[in-house]
Design a protein around this ligand. Structure first.
Ligand code: SAH
Length: 218
């Protein structure tokens, strides 16, 4: 088993290069995001038994009925949120295993990520600490309310689907900030919410498939 994991470790750089090529073919253009995806060891965020599929373009189970998002959607959401700009402070709702937070680490100065399931929160925190990603802060909380005491944020990403566009979260956007959020129940769409001096603008982007946003801590 150890040998297998080491093997994956040694070849993962090459496998990640292939993943980057695939992301380019799928239309991801932001070099900052592609570089962050290249340096983030996705195989360390999932069970050893699934590690050989870590760089396939699929979502994978991470226990507690949750999934790690597929690489394409992680890259796409961050690209849309970043919009080519240097980001100061960002919020992610739905840490899961912590993979997307790790990809956000080199993209923003400060990353705050919130998870409602305690064992996932603890594992993600440990993993991010082991990787020495010191600008990522993991919180155990219901992220429905965001983190008003730490906002405003230049960017907000929601990694689970909300039943409707959240007014509470968009209030935590800085002027010029962008929120990327899946909305809907059976049929889900990715939305972009932009804030400027005059208010908010919403754009419906593409169909997506996310686990639902749930209320309360577990
Ligand atoms: N960002 C992850 C994806 C995690 S899946 C990745 O890198 O792959 C979505 C996560 O959202 C799940 O772990 C789920 O528990 C969490 N979630 C759902 N509702 C939530 C809420 N109200 N507050 C915080 N996290 C929530």
């Amino acid at each position: 088993m150890i040998a297998k994991i080491n093997g994956i470790g040694m070849t993962s750089q090459r496998t990640r290069m292939r993943m980057i090529e695939r992301l380019r073919e799928q239309g991801v253009k932001d070099e900052v995001v592609l570089a962050a995806m290249l340096e983030t060891p996705r195989h360390l965020f999932i069970d050893e038994a699934l590690a050989s599929r870590a760089y396939d373009d699929v979502s994978l189970p991470i226990n507690y009925n949750q999934t790690i998002s597929q690489p394409y959607i992680v890259a796409r959401m961050i690209e849309i949120m970043r919009n080519g700009k240097q980001l100061n402070r960002v919020l992610e709702v739905g840490t899961g295993c912590g993979y997307q937070a790790a990809v956000l680490s080199p993209v923003a100065k400060e990353v705050y990520t919130v998870e409602r399931i305690q064992p996932l929160y603890e594992r993600a925190r440990r993993q991010l600490r082991d990787l020495k990603l010191r600008n990522v802060s993991v919180r155990y909380a219901d992220g429905t309310a965001g983190l008003p005491e730490l906002g405003p944020f230049d960017g907000i990403i929601m990694a689970c689907a909300a039943p409707a566009l959240s007014a509470v979260l968009r209030e935590q956007l800085a002027v010029g900030g962008r929120m990327v959020i899946p909305v809907g129940m059976q049929e889900q769409w990715l939305y972009l919410v932009e804030r400027d001096e005059r208010g908010f603008r919403e754009t419906r982007l593409e169909p997506v498939k996310f686990v639902p946003l749930l209320m309360g801590k577990a």
